[in-house]
Design a protein around this ligand. Structure first.
Ligand SMILES: [Fe+2]
Ligand SMILES: [Fe+2]
Length: 204
């Protein structure tokens, strides 16, 4: 069933997205599947969630602005951009336009840009897979991959820490959900911080 859906949405994504973005979605699907196998999560579900995470990444901003203005969304969302909207609102579009109702996958799509303290294992896997898929080539990607092999929560924490630092340096607005996730799940978890620090030492 999920496999059939993968072929169906894969065809749609190929038509909907640029070749580069479609390739990214396939890479995230593949990476999410491996992480799922390593973390006891349904691999086919993770593969589909990975494929779909950026399904609305190239949708016009006006579509999202209209949704926020006319739907039951916090108007503060208007202060963000498509970078945030394509996850949070993309999940709702997928529901409306394709009658896709798998809430676990929809939440993984919703949270992949801003995270959420309620993230389950599947959502964490998509968040991390998006960051470490094989075509990513930022400075610390190899370290991020190594952390993901060791511990999924540590990989989420490493990505949140890096993202917050990145946004602060650029004076960008940080969505409160990301700060809430950090505080709720990781602020006092010295074990995870220590693990990251230990692995960081090896890369210096
Ligand atoms: Fe995305
Ligand atoms: Fe992505």
């Amino acid at each position: 069933m999920v496999c059939d859906q993968f072929s169906y949405f894969s065809e749609l994504a190929k038509q909907k997205l640029t070749a580069k973005r479609f390739d990214h979605c396939l890479n995230v699907a593949k990476t999410a599947k491996s992480l799922a196998e390593e973390n006891g999560v349904d691999p086919q579900k993770a593969r589909l969630a990975g494929l779909l995470h950026d399904f609305y990444k190239e949708t016009d901003s006006e579509v999202f602005v209209e949704m926020i203005k006319n739907g039951h969304y916090d108007s503060d969302l208007l202060s963000y951009s498509r970078g945030v909207w394509h996850g949070l609102l993309g999940a709702d579009l997928l529901k409306q336009e394709y009658e896709f109702y798998d809430e676990e996958i929809l939440n993984a799509i919703r949270y992949h840009t801003i995270t959420d303290p309620r993230m389950d294992q599947l959502a964490k896997i998509v968040f991390v897979a998006d960051y470490i898929e094989p075509k990513r080539n930022f400075r610390q990607v190899c370290l991020a991959r190594e952390i993901a092999q060791e511990n999924l929560d540590a990989a989420v924490l490493f990505e949140i820490r890096s993202s917050i630092k990145y946004m602060m340096i650029r004076s960008a607005r940080i969505h409160p959900a990301m700060l809430n996730t950090y505080n709720a799940l990781y602020a006092n978890n010295s074990k995870l911080h220590d693990l990251i620090q230990k692995l960081e030492e090896n890369w210096k």
